[in-house]
Design a protein around this ligand. Sequence first.
Ligand code: GLP
Length: 246
Amino acid sequence: MVVEDWDALGRIAALIVAQQLHDNPLSVLALPTGKTPLTLYCWLVRMYDEGTVDFSANRTFNLDEFYGIDRDNPGSFAAYMRREFFGHVNLRPENINLLDPLAHDVDAECRCYERKIRDAGGIDLAILGIGQNGHLAFNEPGSPFDSRTRLVRLTPQTIKDNRSFFRDLSEVPHFALTMGLGTIMEARHVLLLASGRRKAKVIARALQGAVTVACPASVLQQHPKLTVVVDKDAAARLLDVGSRSR
Ligand code: GLP
């Protein structure tokens, strides 16, 4: 679906989430961070204030987290989620799952996250942004399609792209914990969001290019239930397949 702008993207995505919660009030959600979903969270908070959505029975799993910083660091995704969403809606704290950025035993932390997702019955709706290099969550190019939750090294481009969450570039962690592509692909419904001209190239590559680990998001072409919401700018390089075949 192509919408006018970033705000419309957030509104439509919020309506898709609301529909999901209406169809299954016990839905398990995988949640993204970054700039893209800010308008989604804004609309969800607005809908919650108006009484049209209720999160009291939902469980959430964040897609990823920087590794090696405190959760109170304003650049952490835990802090972002408190600021933009968790602090404003009625999700129960015990139903919110975040990867521990200071986990000593990283493998145990990642296995535990996978087990919690399984015990919750799997993810009903995974909401995703996309990195300029095609990453999903922090699955950088080269990530296997069957990868699970794990520690990853961030690319220089991703480190630069995340600079705005920190005081300066030197503070951006070089490692992160991320749900794997295999974990994400097991979600029953995937909602991919992208906004702005800087995402136009990667959206075309992910959705209409070759399915390859060089562009991790291309794996979504194989998902049985994928919804894509992009604004006009992010859709600018998508080929009109219908008119091409005429
Ligand atoms: C970040 C996150 C991703 C996000 C992507 C795009 O690094 N780990 O989950 O989708 O990059 O971010 P933005 O929405 O700010 O462009």
